[in-house]
Ligand binder design. Structure first.
Ligand code: HEM
Length: 415
């Protein structure tokens, strides 16, 4: 008889700090069925990677998610279900590849180089605004990471300054609905309204028909329907702002303890390590197309599978002292923060550059000497996403360039 007490995977304490529990679960079995979430949990590096590449797992996980709603509620949210099913990340080839190809050219490492000067300018502008705040406590999530992530994502998506706040607000409502393990009809109603607003933004841009607009170009390139363009746009937006905010905030949280190397090659490793630890999307959902073996377990067709990227990133079989930040960890770039295989994150190159640029701007402003000025809070509402909600610090007085590399007192806690 199994008399093990199952942890509550919806408890706020777990959701804010999941790693100790995920580690215990992994030790019991890296692939296991969880009754509470009615899903398989995959918790170790090799099995998560196998799952990400497996042709037997479908990304079309939205119907399985929506089927948890009572029939009437599901029917009333049908339009939302069709919309999410058109997202690249929730669809399978060939449609997913057609849509992906239509936008891929705008997000290559090469294309991203063009944004670097603008990114740096936006980071410097935010840093300068905080320079005025000398002596007061500032929140690096709301006053730096979020506006920076929003600026970078909107820049890449061609969203005009005056439309930014509204479009991002709508994107947040869509993500709030889809990032929970169980659907909530009330969040669905808000998400439907957000879908209409975002649809209006896209329709305006398509009607203007400017060839330098990535939406217009993508629609033509992939012969996309308007629903597919709206879905791609919403996904690029939600896929961008929220995780980038967390990735930037987590890196800044780490900075006073870990410093930032001067050599570009080592900077890249540092950024990878920061991404390994912060892992903004904790899992990606899949559905078994047919019976399949994952690790030593047989997953029956139709079952839902959560591939826990964040657990894989802390697998002690891959990483020595997995919960410690090591900016020169040689295998840091093996992390699964951006997934793997056919759905590998389209935004990975821009995220890497945005992160490196933000951290460099912060270093140049002497933020390695920032001091924690209050409790760091984390979102504890859903398992899907990791997010620092506040990072209150007191920033140092600006110094001359020769003084800028000293490290400050520790910002304690996990990034
Ligand atoms: C720290 C920041 C980011 C993280 C952690 C992240 C993570 C991920 C992950 C894990 C996937 C794969 C999902 C799966 O396999 O089901 C993914 C896919 C995707 N990401 Fe990101 N992402 C980030 C930033 C961005 C940005 C900035 C953009 C665009 C501006 C973006 C656009 C996409 C798109 C379009 C896909 C779907 C690709 C496909 O299904 O073919 N991401 N992302």
């Amino acid at each position: 008889m199994n008399d093990r007490v199952e942890p509550d995977l919806t408890a706020p304490g777990f959701l804010a700090h999941p790693h100790p529990v995920l580690e215990e679960l992994r030790v019991v079995d890296p692939v296991q069925y969880n009754e509470q979430l009615r899903s398989w949990l995959v918790l170790s590096g090799p099995e998560v990677e196998e799952g990400l590449r497996s042709p037997h797992l479908s990304a079309d996980a939205v119907p399985a998610f929506m089927s948890r709603l009572p029939d009437g509620e599901r029917r009333s949210l049908r339009r939302l279900e069709d919309f999410f099913r058109a997202w690249m990340v929730f669809s399978d080839p060939p449609d997913q590849q057609r849509v992906r190809r239509a936008f891929a050219g705008s997000f290559t490492a090469r294309a991203v180089q063009a944004y670097i000067p603008d990114m740096r300018q936006r980071a410097d502008r935010l840093v300068a605004a905080l320079g005025e705040a000398e002596g007061r406590t500032v929140d690096l999530v709301t006053e730096f990471a979020r506006p920076y992530a929003a600026d970078v994502t909107c820049l890449a998506l061609g969203i005009a300054d005056d439309a930014r706040a509204a479009v991002q607000d709508q994107a947040g409502r869509l993500l709030a609905f889809i990032a929970t393990p169980e659907p909530r009809a009330d969040l669905g109603v808000t998400a439907l309204a957000a879908l209409d607003a975002i649809g209006g933004h896209v329709a305006d841009r398509l009607a203007r028909d400017r060839t330098d607009d990535l939406l217009v170009a993508g629609a033509a390139e992939g012969r996309l329907s308007e629903l597919e363009v709206v879905a791609a746009f919403a996904q690029l937006l939600t896929g961008g702002v929220d995780p980038l905010t967390h990735a930037v905030a987590a890196a800044l949280h780490q900075l006073p303890q870990a410093g930032f190397p001067e050599e570009v090659r080592r900077q890249r490793l540092w950024v990878e390590e920061s991404l390994r630890m912060s892992c903004p999307f904790r899992f990606v959902p899949r559905v078994a197309r047919e019976d399949l073996k994952l690790g030593s377990r047989l997953v029956p067709a139709g079952d839902r599978v959560l591939l826990l990227l964040t657990a894989a990133n802390r697998d002690p079989a891959t990483y020595v002292e997995p919960h410690a930040f090591d900016g020169s960890r040689s295998n840091a770039d093996r992390h699964l923060t951006f997934g793997r295989g056919g759905h590998y994150c389209l935004g990975a190159p821009i995220t890497r550059e945005a992160l490196r640029t933000a951290v460099q701007a912060a270093c140049d402003a002497g933020w390695t000497r920032a001091v924690l000025a209050g409790p760091v809070t984390r979102r504890s509402s859903d398992l899907g996403t990791e997010a620092l909600e506040s990072l209150p610090v007191r920033l140092p007085r600006r110094r001359g360039p020769s003084e800028q590399n000293g490290h400050g007192r520790l910002l304690d806690g996990e990034p």
